[in-house]
Design a protein around this ligand. Structure first.
Ligand code: HEC
Length: 471
């Protein structure tokens, strides 16, 4: 498959591109999950009220809980649109592929989303006028369609991480029901429910017009929504087991940042789970507003950690075994090493550089490294490699996938690599206005040799034998 279609290339200055999507994604996921779980909880409370199991549950429905769901629903949708907007700026190739492969799935997801919008709005607008049965029906439609949109999007997101046999078969359903589909879906289902339960606990605490016992009863009902968190360890292990070995390695010690995020997710979930079980179920303690808010903050942390792990575990790919994070196809590396990675980038740079070589370096940087690094800001190349010797700089970039396994192989010519190294050195020297170019053929030949030694394949595949080892 070729990805040689030329999409515009954007520069975001000091912001690391990947982080822009990641940061936005966390808010989006949290809000959207609350909107879905909140709908389910409202249906449950409606049922409690109309069957006489808990008549006062209706007051929760008519309180500002309803508005919270509405707000999260609207902001969830807005951040969703913002995600599309940024990701097509940042990685149009990936989005292009996703739309290509999952065209109809995505259309279906949109249909569910629209039903969710209409049902949610109808409840908000006319809920008070409707009969109990109609209210329940509307809330069930809202919940089922909201959950449906999660179901469809989950197949696409988990396919990016573990496309599995799709890579060979190109069968839509093989890609959709991939090996992380079910653990991810269950994980997200539980997250939706726990977040909704916690928000409900916060809201009930503020409803001082209710007597204490009523509040306690309502909170216990909300706590039922948090109980599935007890299944989280099993689902987490299932998810980890379904990950390819290298990805599992990153989150379990291989990458410090990823391991930290995994620990954050696990730790925060364990605290919530522990509190729910011990506090609510065993001793029948009530959960006060401050605690509920704290637990909610932990849930946000757990969500953030979980999303980071999912995004991070995919490195160096946006679509595993197909497309690297920098939008270079796995099967394009060899070709780009011959023709160069900058030839398909005719777009202007943000700033002028003093020499043609530095300009080439800046283009190489933005085509291959800019998605995960900045030059001098977050995760900056200047900081990571500026003080290395020039040989180290050249060799470690030529053997990029072996320098750190979560980086893709270098996919450009020796000239581009040298230009990138010179750019880092120029940056490290505090950008002097006069900077000599370097075009030593011996150096370029050495870089070629290193590129060959590293091979064009990712680090998840066995390293090629070196010429000296083969003998
Ligand atoms: C998929 C994301 C990704 C891409 C693409 C990527 N890197 Fe990295 N790189 C990382 C991460 C993450 C680290 C770890 C940073 C740390 O240890 O703090 C890293 C570390 C490094 C390091 C330090 C390695 C060490 O052993 O200390 C260098 C040098 C580096 N990258 C160079 C590059 C260059 C040059 C490119 C482009 C040709 C590039 N990277 C592309 C993610 C990426």
């Amino acid at each position: 498959m070729s990805f040689l279609t030329t999409y515009p290339v954007n520069d975001f200055g000091p912001a690391m591109k990947g982080m822009v999507i990641g940061g936005l994604g966390i808010f989006h996921v949290f809000l959207a999950q609350f909107a879905i779980g909140g709908g389910m909880l409202m249906a449950y409370f409606q049922w409690l009220a109309m069957t006489g199991r808990e008549p006062r549950a209706r007051e929760v429905l008519d309180s500002y809980f309803k508005y919270l769901i509405l707000v999260s629903f609207v902001t969830g949708a807005l951040t969703g649109v913002a995600m599309w907007f940024t990701s097509i700026q940042i990685s149009p190739t990936t989005i292009g592929q996703m739309v290509d492969v999952f065209h109809w799935v995505w259309a279906t997801e949109w249909l569910f989303f629209w039903v969710e919008v209409i049902a949610g709005y109808a409840f908000y607008r006319w809920g008070k006028l409707l009969s109990d049965r109609a209210r329940l029906t509307l809330l069930l439609i809202y919940s089922v369609s909201g959950y449906g949109s999660l179901f469809w999007i989950n197949g696409i997101l988990s396919w990016q991480l573990t496309p599995g046999d799709w890579v060979q078969t190109r069968s839509l359903w093989v890609g959709f029901f991939n090996q992380t589909f079910w653990p991810s879906l269950l994980y997200r289902t539980i997250a939706c429910m726990v977040i909704a339960g916690l928000v409900a606990a916060v809201v009930v605490n503020t409803m001082t017009s209710l007597e204490r016992e009523t509040r306690t009863r309502l909170i216990h009902h909300a706590a039922r929504f948090m109980l599935p968190i007890l299944a989280m360890p099993v689902i987490g292990l299932w998810f980890l087991a379904a990950l390819p070995e290298d990805s599992r390695g990153w989150v379990m010690g291989g990458s410090i940042a990823m391991t930290m995020f995994l620990n954050l997710a696990v730790g925060a979930s364990a605290l919530i789970g522990g509190y729910v079980v011990v506090g609510l179920w065993k001793q029948r303690l009530t959960i006060n507003g401050a605690t509920a808010t704290l637990l909610l903050a932990l849930a946000f942390g757990a969500s953030a950690g979980g999303e980071f792990v999912r995004e991070g575990a995919r490195k160096p790919y946006t679509i595993r075994e197909v497309l690297y994070s920098n939008a270079i196809g796995e099967d394009e590396v060899e070709h780009l090493r011959k023709v160069g990675c900058t030839t398909r980038d005719p777009y202007p740079l943000l700033e002028p550089y003093p020499t043609a070589q530095l300009t080439l370096g800046a283009r190489t940087f933005r085509n291959q490294c800019g998605i995960c690094h900045t030059m001098a800001g977050v995760n900056a190349l200047e900081h990571l490699m500026g003080s290395w010797t020039i040989e180290q700089q050249r060799m470690n970039v030529a053997k990029l996938q072996w320098t750190k396994g979560f980086m893709p192989p270098f996919a450009g010519t020796a000239e581009e690599l040298e230009a990138l190294v010179q750019l880092v050195r120029w940056e490290h020297a505090k950008r002097p206005p006069n900077f000599p170019e370097s075009h030593d053929p011996k150096v370029l030949a050495e870089i070629e040799r290193w590129l060959e030694e590293a091979g064009p394949r990712p680090a998840s595949e066995p390293r090629p034998l070196l010429a000296t080892e083969a003998r």
